[in-house]
Design a protein. Sequence first.
Lengths: 219, 219, 219, 219
Amino acid sequence: MNFKTYIEATGKRAVELAKIAGEISRERGISIAVAPQFTDIKPVVETSGIPVFSQHIDPVKPGAYTGHVLAEALKSSGAVGTLLNHSERRVKISEIEEAVEFARNSDLISLVCANTSGVSAAVAAFDPHMIAVEPPELIGTGIAVSKAKPELITNTVKRIRSVNRNVRILCGAGVSTPDDVSRALELGTEGVLVSSSVVKSTDPRRLLGEMAEAALAGF
Amino acid sequence: MNFKTYIEATGKRAVELAKIAGEISRERGISIAVAPQFTDIKPVVETSGIPVFSQHIDPVKPGAYTGHVLAEALKSSGAVGTLLNHSERRVKISEIEEAVEFARNSDLISLVCANTSGVSAAVAAFDPHMIAVEPPELIGTGIAVSKAKPELITNTVKRIRSVNRNVRILCGAGVSTPDDVSRALELGTEGVLVSSSVVKSTDPRRLLGEMAEAALAGF
Amino acid sequence: MNFKTYIEATGKRAVELAKIAGEISRERGISIAVAPQFTDIKPVVETSGIPVFSQHIDPVKPGAYTGHVLAEALKSSGAVGTLLNHSERRVKISEIEEAVEFARNSDLISLVCANTSGVSAAVAAFDPHMIAVEPPELIGTGIAVSKAKPELITNTVKRIRSVNRNVRILCGAGVSTPDDVSRALELGTEGVLVSSSVVKSTDPRRLLGEMAEAALAGF
Amino acid sequence: MNFKTYIEATGKRAVELAKIAGEISRERGISIAVAPQFTDIKPVVETSGIPVFSQHIDPVKPGAYTGHVLAEALKSSGAVGTLLNHSERRVKISEIEEAVEFARNSDLISLVCANTSGVSAAVAAFDPHMIAVEPPELIGTGIAVSKAKPELITNTVKRIRSVNRNVRILCGAGVSTPDDVSRALELGTEGVLVSSSVVKSTDPRRLLGEMAEAALAGF
């Protein structure tokens, strides 16, 4: 679950939301990770009991890099992984290869986002741990990629698999109901990225719980 | 003091270094602020007792902005201000105006870095709280701008003052001895930015203490 | 007149449009410059008889810079100046200072675009030849800045003049009728930037001619 | 041959150098293309008689994109293709996919540069016409990649071929002697990218001629 810079998932509210995700995760026995803002990583790690990701990482080593996100700093704050190349924070192709490598060297899981099936296949060459395909035109719309563009997902899975047998494949954009989750798994992905639908939900516990159940049924 | 992404100032070592800065600040009665990495802001705030700055801020409001640094998140983590446009993280001119405004709206102090006297005069038009002029060719060299280019500093002070009467003026780049600090104040600045000289010092407490004394003598 | 990447102002159609501008300029005795795409600069210079600007310049010297726009190359192709920092191609603040200097060293006129009055005042510190204020939210709308936001223009003129006595001030965004031109000059600017209104006009000759007359009356 | 922004390959000197390349190409019956600066594309097309590439293309369609490089403009100026993602002008991964598609739609040949074998394999997923692997640390050194890092080339060829059967593979960086060309072809590439060695040569005609012979012998 990507917290983005939503005010409903900033500071104390990030901690609260992550706690809920942690409870659902333990109750249902399903794997949920959260990606809060950089400043909230440590407090969320300390309270949620679930895997915490960064929303970005820079391909830099320790040194004179003001304002950058260092793998070692993520690691020391308790993060277990990081998103990269989200449609709201796209990076150069050479930076993706380098950042995946920096993450690997710090034992961080790399989850590379891709806006198309072509970009998904391309980043598969860098052998990250996970790839999430998210058509940007659906992000935040409530129209799930798994419903609106099922062929995009199946095509993405196929193209990634022709390059890389091991990488885990997720999908995102518009995923907002338990049914969207079910459909995503049916189409061959192994998980979903959610954001605004849960973050801005009036009852995130209930929605997350239902999504978790849909996911369990789908495996 | 800018912690950059130095490993000597990451995670627990960021907390330790900030504690030392806090002690020096209280012992000598001199104002010292630290700018750790994003993930270290909250723990440094909780342990150091001195003002904590971010190394960067993005000109975005709460919403769908993955991987960005939000003013409200800095505020909620206890930061009191932020660097912006450091030579290692330069931004577009329109972003500086917007980010200074976002900082102001969240009661965060904005410290805009400038690589030349011209850029210093330009950013003065945005009325940030502080401007730090740092010629990038001296950063990390140990050759202090206040010694190597004194005329750059006096010229910068003059140019900024022709545009803006109130902004506080700092200087940085290569500042590594108490004498460098004295010279910087003599030339009309109101403080210094230090980084590698202290962060990588074998005895940061002693060096910071001596710099603090030099600063006190200079006021 | 900024040709952008409009197809109506690309290749042969750029040459045709610039010829029309040249004729209007000579007939009415008014100064009109055109800014075609990089590849069209030379043919437009050779046929239009009016000043030709580039749409962008990079702050690089001759050397190993693939895909960059070099001052010397603009000069040798016959351009007399360049736009910089247009809202559709914003650059870092340090690059503006450098590029204005590179342009000056090659005897090219620099026309720096600014999205707000604050940015206008800031870039005035770099002493370019001209500053054009263009609120991006009005670009391409047909709603002229000189009508919709007259106070923005008067405020911009005032702020720029407090920093720089000599720079010429233009305004743009939404300028689409002769009356918009008149208003812009009344408000204290010395010219206008036009684009889509003329480029996409069914009768650019007539529209440009009427705008020229409005401008003449306004001086 | 990439002209970059070398002064020896700007304006009239670009035309002269391209003429020499054209003569060598016809005399030896070998394919040589040149990539001059944007402003020099049209005059080089008109005088050299050989294929002319742009050094960059932007993934934009005709419209309101100031300072961008439009496929249609390249086409209308007579270019037959374009470089993309050169180490001196790296772009975001999503832009590579889009720009290759824009080039294809305008019948332009896309030559995507890659700094490593991993990036080469990644861009192969976008099915450009050609991929050139160029380790940036060797560019401009005179130390040929084909000699210093032969295993990089063979590995790149292998990795690209596992993804894409058809794309043509070139190599570059430090290629400065006929022998460097021979080695590159022996290692399985189908051509080379040269720049400073020829552009800054005291006798480009002789050097190009000898490289052409080496290439002929290598096929």
